[in-house]
Design a protein around this ligand. Structure first.
Ligand SMILES: Cc1cc2nc3c(=O)[nH]c(=O)nc-3n(C[C@H](O)[C@H](O)[C@H](O)COP(=O)(O)OP(=O)(O)OC[C@H]3O[C@@H](n4cnc5c(N)ncnc54)[C@H](O)[C@@H]3O)c2cc1C
Length: 464
């Protein structure tokens, strides 16, 4: 096994990190992967419905692009969408070759005009894909892995990233790829594992990385009340309906997630009725629902929205490059602009596969280090989010937002919560997942991405 400096340091063991590590390994690079928890502490492991890619006979990359851009409300970066939809089918076929046991039928999810979602056992896609990638990684003697190693800071000198700082000391690498996932666990009601509180943005901003789109948190509409258990959109694709407490339908079930989430908030208590669908297609999920004390064969299941997917993050180009030399980001922690103002269902695992691979290929070209490295700064303490902060973020930056609450949240000490509020205050309109009760319509003047560069104010930019 190679010693420091590694060719590629990958932070995060979800699908973006695994894809980046395996791609670098295929090209002969020495790789170290760090992760703050254990292998299953990633959103990737918990992903359910599947991976969207135009592999059906009636589908094309163009149709997938149209659906992605429609969901993204005039804010998707067209070049990123093209990369996603054109490379997507090959990435899914690669997973098939690696042995991911996808179901024979493609699923339909909200916002998709075709059946194009590849799933495993209906809703066990994340664990199936992650397990296959893990097994492959374990068989490589060029990839080292350290679990339970939180990255506390980036090690940056004169505009170049030299590696990261952990509680056990600095780690050098010729290139560093952050694949640290999103920030949705910063909201009290969330589908994400508890560690997903936006560390990539916290350490990135501290080191001078440009961030964008932080106001766009996607809320998943159908999460079992009082839990993190997401009831996948594929259930609604198969005919499950949403009903209010009088048993009446109140929303088009496959409308974009933001519309469904707001309709649910407007209704108060609502239920997902699974009684008429073929529940045997979702064996693992039905088991989880039963464990929570519900029988979906006889009763509708109470659901409500929860913070789910972080659209914003560290700004990258189409190969994962940030504004700091040698530093890359991929997957949910990156802001490529591919999702615009609202992520189309099942586009995020695909994003991890496409952009995780692209980042690794670009990272291989980073130059060697100078012989002598400067001494890194001392390690800062590990960031933590108190239950009070999570409640405050849920209350003040939830599905429906108002300027007074956002101003209160902007004053919090937590860097990520405060950034979310600052971005959400600046976007004085409603678009996609961001809804302001004082400005409920979309304003063409805001057709762009809010971007924060170190030492500057927020600016609105159009990305091509
Ligand atoms: C319940 C659920 C269901 C979903 N279903 C789908 C679906 O069906 N289809 C779809 O496309 N998407 C789905 N998503 C979204 C998708 O799973 C995620 O967007 C995607 O998996 C993100 O992958 P990632 O590799 O970027 O990050 P993650 O998989 O979240 O991995 C992040 C990694 O970074 C590590 N990390 C974080 N902070 C630190 C730190 N400070 N130091 C070291 N390591 C750190 C974590 O431990 C973890 O290993 C779902 C998400 C959830 C939560």
């Amino acid at each position: 096994m190679s010693q420091q400096p590694y060719d590629v340091l990958v932070v995060g063991s979800g699908v973006a990190g695994l894809t980046a590590a395996l791609t670098a390994d295929e090209h002969g690079a020495s790789v170290l992967m760090l992760t703050k928890g254990h292998s299953v502490d990633s959103s990737s492991w918990h992903a359910q419905g599947g991976i969207a890619a135009a592999i059906g006979a009636d589908d094309t990359a163009d149709l997938h692009a149209v659906d992605t851009e429609r969901a993204g409300r005039d804010l998707c970066r067209p070049s990123a969408v093209r990369a996603l939809v054109e490379e997507g089918p090959e990435r899914v076929r690669e997973l098939i070759r690696l042995g991911v046991p996808f179901d024979p039928e493609l699923s339909l999810e909200g916002g998709h005009s075709r059946r194009r979602v590849s799933s495993v056992n209906g809703a066990a896609t994340g664990s199936a894909v992650t397990s296959v990638l893990w097994r492959r990684m374990a068989s490589s003697d060029r990839i080292a892995m350290r679990e339970a190693t939180a990255v506390l800071a980036l090690w940056v000198d004169e505009g170049r990233c030299l590696g990261v700082i952990t509680p056990y000391g600095p780690i050098e690498a010729r290139s560093t790829i952050l694949a640290m996932g999103g920030a949705a666990a910063l909201w009290a009601r969330s589908t994400n594992p508890p560690g997903q509180i936006g560390d990539a943005v916290a350490i990135g901003v501290a080191a001078g990385v440009t961030v964008a789109d932080m106001e766009f948190m996607q809320f998943h509409p159908t999460v079992l009340e009082g839990s993190r258990l997401l009831l996948t959109e594929a259930l609604r694709g198969d005919g499950a309906i949403l009903i209010d407490s009088r048993g009446e339908r109140f929303v088009e079930e496959l409308a974009p997630r933001d519309e469904v989430a707001r309709a649910i908030v407007g209704k108060g208590r609502v239920f997902l009725d699974l009684r008429s669908i073929d529940r045997s297609r979702f064996p693992g999920l039905m088991e989880e629902i039963a464990k929570a004390g519900f029988d979906p064969a006889v009763e509708p299941i109470p659901v409500s929205p929860a913070a789910h997917y972080t659209i914003g993050g560290l700004v990258t180009d189409l190969v994962g490059r940030t504004n700091i030399d040698g530093l890359y980001a991929a997957g949910e922690c990156a802001a490529t602009g591919v999702h615009g103002a609202n992520r189309l269902a099942s586009n995020s695992l695909l994003e991890c596969l496409v952009f995780g691979r692209r980042a690794a290929l670009a990272a291989l070209d980073e130059p060697q280090f100078p012989a002598r490295l400067p001494t890194p700064a001392a390690a800062p303490p590990e960031r933590a989010a108190s239950p009070q902060l999570l409640e405050q973020v849920w209350r003040e930056a939830g599905v429906i937002r108002d300027p007074a609450s956002l101003a209160s949240l902007a004053a919090t000490a937590d860097p990520v919560a405060s950034l979310v509020a600052r971005f959400a205050l600046a976007r004085a309109e409603s678009r996609g997942v961001h809804y302001r009760i004082d400005a409920p319509v979309t304003d063409p003047a805001f057709e762009g991405h809010l971007v924060l560069r170190p030492g500057h104010d927020l600016v609105l930019e159009r990305w091509t």
